[in-house]
Design a protein around this ligand. Structure first.
Ligand code: SF4
Length: 462
């Protein structure tokens, strides 16, 4: 029995937990450490237009910003990736680039090392040496790995779940993430990937979406996405949202925008804030839950400007701002990284940590993906620290199934890294399929995480 005087002090109690919560103040890193931004003023930094004009889109532009802070070897590594592996073109708003290598020493060798190891850099600016040397892609990877386009009921409107639809308003974003699930459609073509294009005019596509929603009263939840809704001209987005809110049967509307974190300046522009307020007021009058869903993957990205953008949206009447991150090795796939991020979001920015998706099986993503058992362990490790309602679920988006909590699998062959999943609803393309609900749907772990036997088996298959 422990004597009273042996009882741990408050500090020791913290130290004895696998994760130690410490409240951290948000900071906007000083962008003037980059030679190309040495003279950029606060007013320019807060200006959404300045941010958009000064996005980094290629190696040459990165050189102009970072100059000799990065070594030639780094620039070559980046160019090699763009040429041979990238499924997304480069597009980095200064705001995002500024959250990389935040406290790094400013000597080229040390800054480059810190930049290479940086979790935000790892997914926003991938380099050749990041990729898995043996299995850059899983043999079952696919361009449209979730088969969203197969489930379009009109161009850009995916009807996958019984009561929800995803409306892809635009195929561009203010920033491009290396691991983008919609790499098939979103962004500019890369040397490796010739992107598909939306063919209808936006106005015609939106008309068709509205018609579908009107004649399909079973759909009550509309995710208005892209790309990123921050790239839809505001008057166009507001008009579409008002038309959606006019449909009685729609009860939830969610706006998907990574720009809340990547370009918070967009969501702080007076005309956008005023427009958002009109939409939020209309939603509230009609009893519709209007929310913003953003995509933040690391605590470093949660800066005071991001918190200000989220709070502004809440102040003007948006019911919730939630985060759907993506679980990625080298970025956030440790309990500490996930919990640090969740506490920054929930405690400092009023953004609800909601989901972490496992990174999807797109080409050249194996170095980011984690196996299902690793995701299960992470889910276990993050339980109990955050309020229950703010404890994110780690989910696997299983092709032809949809999101499943990572513990929901039916069977798991750990040797070959194949998990099997079932579902309780039909997607839009299976309404006549008698076997849809009896079938087991496979999902594949990254081959590099398997033992020798599993790796040999896959080598034989390919
Ligand atoms: S913001 Fe979303 S849609 Fe745009 S590139 Fe990133 S993951 Fe893809």
């Amino acid at each position: 029995m422990t004597a009273l005087h042996d009882a741990p002090t408050a500090l020791e109690r913290l130290d004895r937990q696998p994760y130690t919560y410490v409240r951290r103040e948000l900071v906007e890193p000083d962008w003037r450490r980059f030679p190309g931004w040495a003279h950029v003023t606060d007013a320019q930094w807060r200006d959404a237009q300045w941010q958009r004009v000064n996005c980094v889109k290629n190696v040459k532009q990165l050189r102009k910003v970072a100059g000799d802070l990065l070594t030639e070897k780094f620039y070559d590594d980046l160019a090699a990736d763009q040429e041979n592996f990238a499924t997304m073109s480069m597009l980095l708003p200064p705001q995002m680039l500024n959250t990389m290598a935040v406290d790094a020493p400013l000597s080229p060798a040390e800054f480059t090392d810190a930049f290479l190891a940086d979790p935000v850099r790892r997914y926003m600016l991938p380099v050749r040496s990041d990729r898995d040397p043996r299995w850059p892609s899983h043999p079952h990877s696919q361009r449209d790995s979730l088969h969203e386009a197969e489930m379009w009921v009109v161009e850009g409107l995916t009807h996958r779940y019984p009561t929800k639809v995803l409306a892809e308003m635009v195929s561009t974003c203010p920033q491009y993430c290396g691991h983008c699930t919609r790499m098939d459609l979103v962004g500019n073509s890369t040397p490796l990937i010739d992107k598909h294009k939306l063919s209808l005019k936006p106005v015609d596509r939106q008309d068709q979406m509205i018609e579908y929603l009107k004649k399909t009263p079973g759909v009550r939840d509309v995710v208005v996405s892209g790309g990123d809704v921050a790239n839809v001209p505001w008057p166009q987005l507001e008009s579409f949202l008002m038309r959606v809110l006019d449909i009685d049967t729609v009860r939830d509307v969610r706006l998907a925008t990574k720009a809340l974190a990547g370009l918070p300046q967009h969501w702080l522009q007076p005309r956008v804030v005023e427009g958002l307020e009109r939409v939020a007021r209309t939603a509230s009058r009609r009893g519709v839950n209007l929310a913003i869903h953003t995509h933040v993957n690391h605590a470093q990205s949660v800066t005071p400007l991001v918190a200000e953008a989220a709070r502004t949206a809440l102040e003007v009447g948006v019911r919730d701002v939630r985060n759907q991150g993506v679980l990625m090795k080298g970025v956030n796939a440790t309990p500490d990284d996930l919990l640090d991020l969740c506490f920054a979001l929930q405690g400092e920015a009023n953004i609800l940590p909601y989901y972490f998706y496992m990174c999807d099986m797109i080409p050249n993503a194996e170095h980011w993906r984690v196996s299902v058992w690793e995701a299960q362990e992470l889910q276990h490790a993050i339980m109990g620290y955050l309020p229950g309602y703010a404890t994110p679920r780690i989910v696997c988006d299983v092709p032809y199934v949809g999101k499943r909590w990572v513990h929901q699998l039916e069977e798991y062959d750990r040797e070959l890294g194949i998990s099997y999943w079932t579902k309780n609803y039909r997607t839009g393309i299976e309404l006549e399929d008698p076997e849809a609900l009896n079938r087991r749907y496979p999902y594949y772990d990254p081959i590099s995480t398997l033992g020798e036997t599993g790796q040999k088996w896959w080598a034989g298959q390919s």
